[in-house]
Write a protein that binds this ligand. Structure first.
Ligand code: ACO
Length: 429
């Protein structure tokens, strides 16, 4: 594309700069459009609008590529681990051995939450959705950690970020324990991030719990795959909340609220419910017909993505991970895995899905693994929130440190009534 783009409005031509990223499509800079022309752009769902510059994550949706700071997700998920990925996302480079040691130590030694916060759980109904509890508890961190809410201080920003990466597993595990009516299990510093999380979720005081390394690796991989995904709905929510100067704990709570929706993070829960409802392979054709019937309002959950118009690379890794977990648990046959595989096979050969470029997304297989690990479906989105916290906080930091950052304030195309005169009740009939 040329260096400038021309736009003609009411017979007058205007020129706008075209910006080039390291990779990816060119971007027409229309930030002066309103000042120069008096017009706005209209782009519901932001399908053609870049709202920020970012150096963190790159997605090529047509090719099915996902890079964190330039590193392919397949390499990070296979050869790296989640805490290394956290460091990479937050600081921009893979850590040296010394940096890694310090970072792991810092995160490991900030996993406890203020004991007063533990009492908060008791105020919730046991049958509350775990995401409702998560939004409240993470928002409440700002009431306990005042000393890291000054967003103008880089060190406070770093402390708040470390606190959230460290404490989210504890809050998520306590949310789970409260949900199932078991005593809370406190963090253990001799365990890795994923091992500690599984321990806090599944250990009980009456017996020893030894974490299976294959399951810990699968958990760690799920965290890595969910760690960031550039400007999706929840990340944009975090940036928008943060653009007003809100404290980081409040911003992450806003991100968690957004993630909850079934079109976003809630899809893993919805995908597993769907597989359970289908139940057996012979019911798949009838279900696919329902999905293709536009009047049914039924979607194939775990399929389709706003950005990926190819196989989601994360889904491929998780498909392989599912087999490792099943082997480790000695599960020979899982009807849900059979349904998932057959559903994928049929959908990928059906013109409805081919024409619309609908492929499995990360949620299609993550639910099957999480269920095998022992999590109820109501916890799935909580685990997503835990993993995505590092992405949100890295994006938030990038935004705060960007000198061109301004409060986010989209415009609108107003189609309501024009100005009219107030009618007193006596004239309204
Ligand atoms: N099942 C059936 N049809 C679908 C599906 C699906 N899962 N997804 C999209 N379509 C169809 C739409 O009906 C539409 O068809 P049409 O052109 O005939 O009207 C076409 O494909 C385009 O769909 P849009 O909704 O316009 O695509 P959009 O980019 O807005 O939606 C979304 C993306 C929300 C993810 C969608 O694919 C969906 O609802 N998928 C199921 C939910 C899901 O798995 N979400 C997880 C996303 S990944 C994540 O958040 C981590």
């Amino acid at each position: 594309m040329a260096d400038t783009a021309k736009l003609e409005i009411a017979g007058k031509e205007h020129e706008f700069p075209v910006l080039k990223g390291t990779i990816g499509p060119d971007v027409v800079d229309i930030s002066k459009l309103y000042a120069e022309t008096g017009a706005f752009t209209f782009d519901p769902g932001f399908t053609s609008t870049a709202a920020c510059k970012s150096t963190i994550t790159y997605i090529d949706g047509d090719a099915g590529v996902l890079l964190y700071r330039g590193y392919p997700i397949e390499q990070l998920a296979t050869d790296g681990d989640f805490l290394e990925t956290c460091y990479l996302l937050y600081y921009g480079e893979l850590p040296s051995a010394t940096q890694r040691k310090k970072f792991v130590h810092d995160i490991t030694h900030h996993t406890m939450i203020h004991e007063q916060m533990v009492l908060f759980f008791r105020g919730f109904r046991r049958d509350a959705h775990p995401m409702a509890v998560m939004v409240a508890m993470v928002g409440a961190l700002s009431a306990f950690y005042h000393d890291s809410t000054d967003i103008g201080d880089p060190r406070q920003r770093e402390i708040a970020s470390h606190r959230m990466i460290a404490k989210l597993p504890t809050i998520a595990a306590m949310t789970y324990k409260y949900h199932v009516g078991q005593p809370f299990v406190y963090p253990r510093n001799n365990l890795s991030y994923a091992e500690n999380f599984l321990h806090m979720c599944f250990a009980v005081p009456c017996e020893d719990y030894v974490v299976n390394p294959v399951l810990a690796k699968a958990m760690d991989r799920i965290f890595t795959l969910h760690a960031d995904h550039e400007q999706n709905a929840s990340t944009s929510t975090v940036r928008l909340a943060g653009s007003s100067g809100a404290n980081p704990f409040a911003c992450i709570a806003a991100g968690i609220a957004c993630l909850w929706g079934p079109a976003h993070g809630g899809a893993n829960e919805a995908a597993l419910k769907m597989l359970e409802e289908i139940g057996t392979v012979d019911k798949i054709p009838a279900f696919i017909e329902k999905v293709k019937d536009k009047t049914s309002n039924v979607r194939l959950m775990g399929f389709g993505h706003r950005v990926y118009k190819n196989y989601d690379p994360r889904a491929k890794i998780l498909q392989a991970s599912a087999h490792e977990v099943f082997d480790a648990l000695g599960i020979k046959d899982d009807p849900l895995l059979d349904v998932a595989r057959e559903l994928e096979r049929i959908a990928l050969s059906d013109p409805y899905f081919i024409d619309r470029k609908l492929y499995p997304n990360v949620d299609f297989y993550s639910g099957i693994i999480l269920r095998a690990l022992g999590f109820p479906t109501s916890m799935f989105t909580v685990l997503f929130a835990l993993a995505r916290t590092v992405g949100w906080i890295s994006q938030w930091k990038e935004m705060i440190e960007d000198p061109s950052q301004r409060i986010g304030r989209p415009r609108q195309l107003y189609v309501g009534p024009a100005e009219r005169k107030y009618k007193p009740m006596s004239e309204r009939g």
